[in-house]
Design a protein around this ligand. Structure first.
Ligand code: 5GP
Length: 346
């Protein structure tokens, strides 16, 4: 673990609310208690420890509880700050956070929510050795109008003096058992036309028809999970061929998949199959709080399970740069600084 921790890493799949540590959740619970809230859960009930698992449905219930604890701008600022600092102490040098814009009557508009996240990112980048970018998440259970609104919000920021470079893409997430991804293709095409890169949760559960339609639209820049794509993990040759043809990088989140039961165990994780295809992969956490992990731990689990050498891990850190949503110039700069740091590690 200490070697994995020392690596300068890139995190590309981290949902803000799912990334809250125990300490942060405890503080949020304390704040709610002071407000007089009753029937609050214990913080331990909001994470899934090693060796335990829950169904995807149960995981989504946890998000609901966490959203109640973060329903004001003060909490949003705190969680953004804490999550960024935790990634910093795990030696993450580049972080793409993603979050669903929230509207809470009398407390915050979606714009207030995004402004607060962006302001906190700027503040934290001033004092910590990390670059942070944001993806706005479309929740597939909320309908196409809401998705269109999210893309419009992202567009509004592209002309903003300070914020314009900070939102680098759009994510599509939310409960894969609700809504049809195909309904969102037109909105996603619109987002692409506006220059946004797209990270889409695809084939998290068996869903060949919608996965095929989205892949054929040729709009996806990164795939979240992609569990049921490879022929040998319940997908099909056609899906596999499309992903290979377009060379779409996969964000792999091993603990998340195992603990939410979409992958039976670590050994069976599709990471092994895609490595054999020599396909671009980025190790990520997904929800480091809920799944009680860190990026270093995920590197460590992958190394132990798939027999990755130190040089394999180094290659993964460097190749992750290519999968970021940064510009060519920014990628070049990031690659140089990561390489520099890796050289001094040897
Ligand atoms: P937030 O957007 O509130 O910052 O982060 C939590 C949200 O991210 C959840 O409500 C859900 O929509 C999305 N999310 C987090 N983890 C997962 C995951 O593993 N799969 C999917 N499909 N969505 C997720």
């Amino acid at each position: 673990l200490s070697y994995c921790k020392s690596l300068p890493k890139i995190e590309l799949h981290a949902h803000l609310t799912g990334s809250l540590s125990d300490e942060t959740v405890l503080r949020l619970l304390e704040a709610k208690r002071k407000e007089g809230a009753v029937n609050l859960p214990e913080s331990a009930e909001l994470t899934i420890q090693r060796g335990h698992n829950r169904t995807l449905e149960e995981c989504f219930k946890l998000f609901g509880i966490l959203h109640c604890l973060t329903d004001n701008l003060e909490a949003v600022k705190k969680i953004t700050r804490d999550v960024i600092r935790e990634f910093v102490s795990d030696n993450v040098r580049y972080l793409e956070l993603r979050t669903t814009p929230k509207f809470i009557p009398d407390k915050m508009t979606k714009k207030d929510y995004i402004d607060t996240v962006l302001d906190t990112m700027i503040e934290e980048m001033k004092t910590n050795n990390i670059i942070v970018r944001l993806l706005l998440s479309i929740d597939r259970s909320r309908g196409v109008d809401d998705a269109r609104n999210t893309v419009q919000l992202a567009k509004d920021y592209t002309t903003h003096e300070i914020y314009k470079t900070l939102i680098c893409g759009i994510d599509v997430s939310g409960n894969p058992q609700s809504g049809k991804l195909t309904d969102y293709i037109c909105v996603l095409e619109e987002a692409k036309k506006c220059g946004f890169r797209l990270a889409v949760h695809l084939a998290e559960i068996p869903s060949e028809e919608e996965t095929l339609a989205v892949l054929k639209a040729n709009i996806v820049d990164r795939i979240g999970h992609g569990t049921f794509i490879h022929l040998a993990s319940g997908g099909s040759q056609e899906l596999l061929d499309l992903v290979k043809h377009y060379q779409i990088p996969l964000e792999v989140c091993v603990s998340s998949n195992v603990k939410s039961g979409t992958v039976k165990n670590v050994q069976d994780h599709h990471l092994g199959l895609w490595r054999k295809e020599d396909h671009p992969l980025v190790i990520c956490t997904d929800d480091k709080g809920i799944f009680s992990t860190s990026l270093s731990e995920e590197y460590c689990i992958c190394a132990e399970t798939f027999d990755l050498s130190k040089s394999d891990l180094i290659k993964m850190c460097i190749s992750a740069v290519e999968s970021t949503f940064l510009s060519h110039h920014e990628k070049h700069q990031l690659r140089l600084s990561i390489q520099d740091e890796l050289n001094s590690l040897k």
